[in-house]
Design a protein around this ligand. Structure first.
Ligand code: URA
Length: 206
């Protein structure tokens, strides 16, 4: 099965899974399944619920504008969320909602298999980097699980505070250099165990 067909099958499975929390429309994600970079937000808002597309409201416009500003095309990346239905009143996703959608997100990532993931905001960042802090770690690169994770501020947070907007744009502009390996990436994967060579019992020279 090719990637597009595998993603369609996963989407159908999610739509049929009545145990998943939240009742709004499923916003599965969109973009190029052969992308190098996968952007992952928090959960759909009202506009996303209506259009069944991720990041199409004001925050989404900011995200998409910044993707274009670094010379990438929206069609070349993939965009999704950790929770794929709108929480009521746009409240933060709850831990049990994140946990319920997690196995599907894991399979979506496995199918797309991107070398780089850009989590947007702390909920998505903490899914990949549980100990990270958004103000301290946004814009930095981490290697874990065989992928490079580069958390960024959530665009909605950037829209609320000029200083966050400044840092959001600054970190976003560094993404091409980060991806080209020109900026430091902290390795969080445990180093492979070095197999100790069994020392041969010394044979007598005589
Ligand atoms: N905020 C998100 O985290 N995701 C969306 O799709 C829209 C707004």
């Amino acid at each position: 099965m090719d990637k597009r067909a595998a993603l369609e099958a996963l989407k159908a499975e999610m739509e049929a899974d009545k145990s998943l929390p939240l009742s709004a429309n499923l916003v599965f994600g969109e973009g190029n399944p052969d992308c190098e970079v996968l952007f992952i937000g928090e959960a759909p808002g009202q506009n996303e619920d209506i259009q069944k597309r991720p990041f199409v409201g004001r925050g989404g416009q900011l995200l998409r504008e910044n993707i274009r500003a670094i010379g990438w095309k929206e069609e070349d990346v993939y965009i999704t969320n950790i929770v794929k239905r709108r929480p009521p009143e746009n409240r933060d996703p709850m831990p049990d909602e994140i946990a319920a959608y997690a196995p599907y997100l894991a399979r979506q990532i496995e199918i797309i298999n991107p070398p780089i993931i850009v989590p947007l905001g702390r909920f998505s960042m903490n899914y990949f980097l549980p100990a990270a802090k958004i103000t301290r770690d946004q814009g930095k690169g981490f290697r874990t699980g065989g992928r490079v994770i580069v958390p960024q501020f959530h665009p909605a947070a950037a829209l609320r505070a000029p200083e966050v907007m400044r840092q959001f744009r600054e970190s976003f502009a560094e993404l091409p250099q980060m991806i080209a390996g020109k900026l430091p990436i902290k390795d969080l994967d445990p180093a492979p165990a070095v197999e100790k060579k069994k020392s041969k019992p010394q044979t007598s020279l005589f």
